[in-house]
Design a protein around this ligand. Structure first.
Ligand SMILES: [Zn+2]
Length: 272
């Protein structure tokens, strides 16, 4: 029997057996981590308010018979102000859902955990949460090893700085120039400056990432592309998008179809 302690962010929770809870966390030491909180539904005192999604907690666990049993869970940061701002809360839920599906279980990977924690911290206090989400998703794609070098056309090798307009397929990681763009292949149109900023993100530490400023008109296509990347690799729809659509039924996430391409070319306009 092995005992361990770790900081973790609550990703999801569900009922298990008669009175237990099965809780999924994101941790630095174990990546995605699933643990059973025995009797959590019966005794409200032992695990009071600690399994709310997106809360940062300190776990004490033991591993027995290939199960993780949660012995104690202490609330470190509940992000209460963020929970009262429905827009920030929706972005936090969206980022956490992507982490839940993309981070491997049981593998130490500290960088995505640090990014997740910083994203929640930034969402709580930043006045531009949509931009925080966008930078976090770009950084996450980079950390997970899916972001290609965006330096030249994948077909003719034309260099980035020799043209102003480019087309990127985040799902497949392909960048092409205007000569090799085809309208029905899930490309998003970006300018050279935005691509240069994304390339620059590779060279800077996380704390400097938040200083990057993406042009406002580039945000919708970038977000659309990043969500397509997620769908392509997980083969899943993003449930948090439905929550965002409910929050902003008339003016928020209006999925405006760009051109006559497939559904994946929708641009999600999240801001009112
Ligand atoms: Zn080309």
């Amino acid at each position: 029997m092995k005992r361990f302690e770790t900081d973790a962010i609550v990703l999801s929770t569900c009922d298990h057996a008669e009175s237990d809870r099965l809780v999924t966390f994101h941790s630095a030491e174990f990546g995605r981590l699933r643990g059973i909180a025995k009797g959590a539904r019966r005794s409200k005192k032992r695990f009071a308010n600690v399994f709310e999604p997106c809360s940062l907690v300190r776990l004490e666990c033991r591993e027995k018979n290939s199960y993780i049993w949660i012995e104690a869970c202490k609330l470190v940061e509940p992000y209460l102000p963020m929970r009262t701002d429905i827009e920030k809360w929706a972005y936090a839920a969206l980022f956490s859902e992507i982490v839940l599906e993309m981070v491997p279980e049981g593998e130490p990977h500290p960088a995505p955990f640090i990014l997740h924690k910083e994203t929640l911290d930034r969402l709580e206090r930043d006045k531009d949460p949509e931009h925080v989400l966008l930078l976090a998703l770009l950084r996450f794609q980079l950390l997970m090893g899916y972001m290609p070098e965006l330096e030249e056309c994948a077909i003719c090798r034309r260099a980035l700085k020799t043209a102003r307009k480019w087309f990127w397929q985040p799902a497949q990681g392909k960048l092409v120039c205007t000569d090799h763009f085809s309208p029905d292949s899930g490309y998003i149109a970006l300018d050279t400056g935005t691509l240069a900023l994304i390339n620059y993100m590779r060279k800077i530490p996380l704390e400097k990432t938040w200083r990057l400023r993406m042009r406002r008109e580039m945000r919708a296509p970038l977000l659309t592309g990043l969500l397509d990347w997620f769908r392509y690799h997980t083969r899943k729809e993003i449930q948090s998008i439905k929550v965002l659509e409910q929050i902003f039924p008339s003016c928020g996430i209006s999925s405006s179809i760009v051109g006559s391409g497939p559904a994946r070319q929708r641009h999600y306009q999240i801001r009112c």
